[in-house]
Ligand binder design. Structure first.
Ligand code: SAM
Length: 213
């Protein structure tokens, strides 16, 4: 892909590249979930829809609840703000898939507490957050509060789950970050160039956190 004139103030796409193909960050999010697909089993909670649960937990999932922050999503089985206490049933879930959600919640620490409370002992949260990213101007834009660095993600989860039960990974490099900021899609770039990970340029930060048994 030729990025064209990087001297212009207009990006290639203001829609993360959805209008051109798959956004670069989805490559990282999906590879992370694929690698941890053994965790996606039993009773699962996913946010917005159950597409990742179906895709990566096929044959392992007994029940999937779908969380949405407000009324109007017909597939939602739980409606409310994840940072409000006691939104979720206590110790109910074997796995939670919380992709690209926490940065939309002002009180992220309260949300992490609620995730922990809702997991069964031994249950696993698979979480991703944006680091280097454009900011959506869609329905979520008004509540896009944060970008999360790896150290921030580690601290947020370690404070609640305990250091030894939290594993944080960062994905991206300067090429991937430039493509993603411009909204160039994954199909338009050499995939091998997305695989090099440079700690100076995290595009996506992923957390696997396991509740103590
Ligand atoms: C950009 S989508 C991300 C989820 C989607 N599964 C994904 O991987 O892209 C935004 C989702 O965040 C959820 N969300 C936003 N603010 C929230 C809050 N305070 N509590 C719970 N969920 C929230 C919305 O319900 C919505 O489904």
């Amino acid at each position: 892909m030729n990025f064209g004139d990087l001297g212009t103030v207009e990006p290639v796409s203001r829609d993360f590249g959805y209008d051109r193909g798959t956004p670069v960050d989805r490559v990282y999010i999906e590879a992370f979930l694929r690698r941890h697909s053994a965790d996606i089993a039993g009773r699962v909670l996913e946010v917005g829809d159950d597409s990742y649960t179906r895709r990566f937990g096929a044959g392992q999932v007994q029940h999937c609840d779908i969380l949405h922050v407000r009324e109007g999503n017909p597939s939602a089985t739980i409606v409310g703000d994840l940072s409000s206490t006691q939104l979720l049933p206590e110790a109910a879930f074997d796995c939670m898939i919380i992709t690209q959600v926490l940065h939309l919640i002002y009180d992220m620490a309260a949300a992490v507490n609620e995730i922990h409370r809702g997991l069964k002992p031994g249950g696993v949260a698979l979480v991703t957050v944006p680091a280097i990213s454009q900011i959506a101007r869609d329905e979520w834009g008004e509540n896009w509060f944060w970008a999360v660095a790896p150290a921030g993600a580690r601290r947020l989860f370690a404070d609640v789950f305990g250091q030894e039960r939290v594993h944080v990974e960062a994905f991206g490099n300067v090429f991937a970050a430039t493509a993603f900021l411009q909204g160039v899609s994954a199909e338009e770039v050499d995939h091998r160039k997305l695989e090099a990970h440079d700690a100076n340029y995290p595009v996506t930060v992923a957390v696997r956190a396991q509740k103590a048994t």
